[in-house]
Design a protein around this ligand. Sequence first.
Ligand code: NAD
Ligand code: UDP
Length: 311
Amino acid sequence: MKKILVTGGAGFLGSHLCEALLKQGHEVLCLDNYFTGSKLNILHLMSNPFFELVRHDVTQPFEVEVDEIYNLACPASPIHYQQDPIKTINTSVMGAINMLELAKQLNCKILQTSTSEVYGDPTIHPQTEEYWGNVNPIGIRSCYDEGKRCAETLFFDYYRERQVRIKVVRIFNTYGPNMHPNDGRVVSNFIIQALRGQDITIYGDGSQTRSFCYCDDLIKGLITMMDTPDNITGPINLGNPTEFTIRQLAEIIIELTGSSSKIKFLPAVSDDPQKRKPDISKAKDILQWEPTVELRAGLVKTIDYFRNRIE
Ligand code: NAD
Ligand code: UDP
């Protein structure tokens, strides 16, 4: 049994990760400041004596004895990370430094949840880990994109200079139960709009693409990466390589919910990446990992979750 710290553990992915680690028989310390996370996501874990919760902000140093750290703390939805952009970059950068310092002190493994946003609006397709990206350093998404890029830099500097045992994964759009109903990301927005019979809001003409990974697949990828030997640092792309336009996603969600909602086209948002699809050859080779849940199957489970939640 290991003692494992999960920062951002009350969020969408963090809550699934805490649950999976507890199921494997580990002791889990969930750290969160509840900016975008919620105790509701982890309520069912609170009676477990091997689960502990701490309210803390990763921008402040933190000391605890653990064997592994998963660093997830950071708002992930554009509307939330743009709400207080200076706080967002502080969370990514100071959060990374504080957690890396802790990992150095404990000589424990630390995994950073980086993002496909490090590729920006990509000029190569699909995106491989070797691609350096096409990121606007001064736009409205930069607080998140550049914050995450800087966090990656810090991870590799701590690896080279201070021998910290790092793992970096770049997560592509992931969805599933426990996303906040007001999260603002496309899957949760469209499902809630469809269930309420409201217009489905597409930003732009809907021809932009994303590749959607179901949360259970992603969590398996994170844990498999953490369990690799120390010479495997990443960065490694984790995501589902099947690509859809945003318009196709809207149509599938209307169909699966049996909704009478109509599609409404709104102005495109600034710096919106036009296409995104991971090359997951590395994850397949190194981790023997690939997603197994198809979009429709994952959406059915997510729709059930939101139906219960909004009822
Ligand atoms: P989320 O917003 O649901 O979870 C983030 C969690 O971090 C929340 O519980 C929030 O309260 C907490 N948090 C935010 N700032 C904090 C701070 N300063 N101190 C402590 N806790 C803080 O988002 P998510 O989708 O679960 O994302 C988790 C991680 O995965 C993030 O780092 C995100 O960048 C990364 N990621 C997610 C996706 C995705 O599609 N879900 C894609 C790429 C990367
Ligand atoms: N999007 C949309 N309508 C919404 C929310 C998002 O058309 O209500 C689009 C958004 O412009 C982007 C894509 O869906 O092109 C994915 O957006 P999301 O915020 O989920 O994640 P991103 O990949 O942009 O970080």
